[in-house]
Design a protein around this ligand. Sequence first.
Ligand code: GLA
Length: 666
Amino acid sequence: MIHVGDRLWLLTTPSSSYAVRLGDDDVPRCVHWGRPLTLDQARTLPAGREELPGEGGERFGVAGLQIRYADGVRGVDWRHLGHQVGEDGLVLRFADRHHPLEITLHYRVPPGGDAVERRTVLRNAGATPITVLRCDSAAWSVPARDDYRLSHVTGAWGAEFRLGRARVAPAETVLTSRRGHSGHHANPWLAVDAGDATEDAGEVWSTALAWSGSWRVTLERDQDDRVAWSGGFGHEGVTWRLGPGESLETPVFTGVYAPDGFGGASHRWHDHIRAHVLPDANRTRPVIYNSWEATGFDVTESQQMELAERAAELGVELFVVDDAWFGARTSDRAGLGDWWPNPERFPDGLKPLIDHVTGLGMRFGLWVEPESVNRDSDLYRAHPEWVLGQAHRRATEVRDQLLLDFSRPDVAEWAHAWLDDLVSGHDIAFLKWDMNRPFTEAGDDTWVPFVRNVYDVIDRLRAAHPDLLIEGCASGGGRADLGMLARTDQIWTSDNTDAAQRVAIQHGYGQIYPACTMGAWVTDSPNALTGRRTPVRFRFHVAMSGALGIGGDLRHWSGDDLREAALLVETYKRIRPIVHGGRMDRLGPCAVQYTRGDQVVVFVWRPSALEPATAPVRPRGLEPGAVYRDEDTGAIHHGAVLMSHGLPRPLPFDALSELTRLTRVG
Ligand code: GLA
């Protein structure tokens, strides 16, 4: 709902309002972001921080809009041109008073949604180029509080999405990726609270940027003890030359306000992403088998067929051959770019394997890394000029590979053509789209068009093959963001498949991203990366709380493990609609609940057997007066008792995990 007052605009969602007002100087400023207000209530508030602070005048904080005109003059002298309210939400139009720069601020509440989507468009309406040193999507500010706390995730390869909470320093805090993908170290998501929020109480203001390349969000606690942040694509130093008539469109920066704690913020993010970001959240995420950890670079047709047979026996629905099915890819040193079946490994092409897989009742998928190339490839030999690089600079190799310059239309066209051929020419239901190295030697005109072309290739592929499922990946969870999720079905969360470490990774991932997007495999014990031994049941219980896959070498699993695995896959299929479509509540760092209608699923994990016993886990949001049946024991429990005293079956002393399924029966 959008209300228009006298130079005041109010957007209202079920749990929040966002109000903007123009000052006498025509500068748009935030009046309110928080609990729902009426227009009359918003009118009584003074204007606060600028919606997109620039430079010049008495501006000494973070500049989200930095402009330099041909005459060397900087900044924007705002002049309001008008506004529109329509299907696309609220559009506020501005121009500089002297220079031919037009600025449009967009605000949108998706239909039925509980989030505000913001973005900015710049246009050079003049005849000479304008340099854009920075153009953020939006700036956000929260009402004055006694203190402020920042929640965000940090990490590295194999250790993504570690949740951190810290008092906001009286300084500028920069969350960024300079890697050309959204990154392992930070994720373009954050939350701010007054230091008093808990899982289910307190105000939380949270934002996420829909961009899969370099980005920067700068959070500032200023000398007046106020907190605001500005964010957008590109890191510092990435600039644009805006030619006459050209426009620059920023990605969407989405804000969610929750009056009911971190859990409430997560509920709204999950609902928003499922309803308004993902191409189709209702599509069933199949149980996947992926052969990477089992066979690495040593792929053969017969061995994949054997794995497929084992996988089918467990109830797997989709079989994926990961790396090393193509070109001369027998190690990470060769083959990227040559996207045809390796003739020695698949002498008759992929068809015999695909037929075998589909004959077993599964669908088939492949790993691809379209943005990369090895020097040792036919593609590189034919098109060395396609590599992302800069004159007189040595091309850095990471993981023995280079990047293709996807900002080039011919490169993007080539990628689209072979991907389309691959999917059209085979019975392929799934692609894992990987990107295993950051940008290096990239020029100003590369960072943004590269990502846009990646988006465009995926979008065209999806449009032509609407049933194709796509998993986003960048060395694990290095490219998990709302931009990627707008065109993929799930994300490969981390190459770390050690269930004990996954619990923390998933705890961070789930703060914003829903379980249906959280790719999670059960792999071997001992774990290939960490050497940890864990029971198969624990590994399953951790992976079953996301989008389940299996990635172990099933040829070496014991009969007992295979039998237990098949039962657990069966159970997973029963709870999948609840886990993927329900409301998620964290019941502590090692327990999570999913609730959909009358059905409740609770996972409890004990990542280390030496953890001291904890109090029973108490489910949330049950009907106090209702009764619930435990689907495994048949016992009946009262909602009020479960919420006060916890689950009836505490974790047995010798178990690392427990799954409880409850159904409301009266
Ligand atoms: C990346 C991915 C892995 C796997 C390998 C293949 O590291 O994250 O899951 O696909 O590439 O080379």
